[in-house]
Design a protein around this ligand. Structure first.
Ligand SMILES: CC(C)(COP(=O)(O)OP(=O)(O)OC[C@H]1O[C@@H](n2cnc3c(N)ncnc32)[C@H](O)[C@@H]1OP(=O)(O)O)[C@@H](O)C(=O)NCCC(=O)NCCS
Length: 176
């Protein structure tokens, strides 16, 4: 996905406030501070800044972001293995949560994942993270396992959740 392949989305607030525009694009090196800020605002145990510096130059990793005006409102980090796409991180700034941004990022991934024959998207989620699990279930992810003591900060277990790309989705016009 290139610099100019961002997609705009308009949202009308329930109060009838002016429409806001979102733009989805791929992250680049200049985003490292904004990515780290977003990570620290969204996660209780955030990745360090260096992790973003490394991911931004890793040829296997992609970071998609959503901009709202001048602000970086959401991001998703993922990478492709021969067998599957793995979502490593997804976070929406608290000011922008519950507006469908995570849904947009994941739906885009589900749409493009079949390119190259990938039929499986996988991720780990804290067993205590109910809202994220709800989001994933809503998008068709199911639990596929549990990793004990997965998180270093508190020794919490992770659920592995998997979304299989169906034949019908492959046959959609944007499918692979
Ligand atoms: C989890 C997270 C990414 C969701 O982002 P979001 O853009 O607010 O999610 P969406 O608006 O697309 O919500 C889609 C669905 O997810 C579920 N959901 C999202 N936030 C929720 C909340 N606070 N409580 C309950 N369900 C929630 C709901 O089913 C929601 O659908 P609905 O609004 O129609 O009820 C966001 O809360 C976040 O950044 N959390 C902190 C970081 C994190 O936990 N990341 C996941 C790591 S695995």
């Amino acid at each position: 996905m290139g610099e100019n392949s961002g997609r705009n989305r308009s949202v009308e607030s329930a109060t009838g406030a002016p429409k806001r525009r979102w733009r989805v694009r791929e992250a680049h090196k200049d985003d490292v501070d904004a990515l780290h800020l977003l990570e620290t605002r969204g996660h209780s145990s955030p990745w360090p800044r260096e992790a973003f510096e490394e991911e931004l130059v890793d040829e296997h990793t992609k970071i998609w972001v959503i901009e709202s005006g001048a602000r970086l409102a959401a991001m998703m980090v993922f990478w492709r293995t021969p067998a599957q796409v793995e979502v490593l991180d997804i976070v929406v700034d608290p000011d922008f949560q519950r507006q469908g941004m995570a849904t947009v990022l994941l739906e885009m991934l589900i749409a493009v994942a079949p390119t190259g024959g990938i039929r499986r998207i996988a991720l780990e989620v804290r067993v205590s993270n109910d809202r994220a699990q709800k989001l994933y279930r809503k998008l068709g992810f199911v639990r596929a396992g549990r990793r004990p003591d997965y998180y270093e900060d508190n020794g919490e277990d992770a659920f592995v959740m998997v979304r299989t790309i169906t034949d019908e989705e492959i046959n959609l016009p944007y499918g692979g």
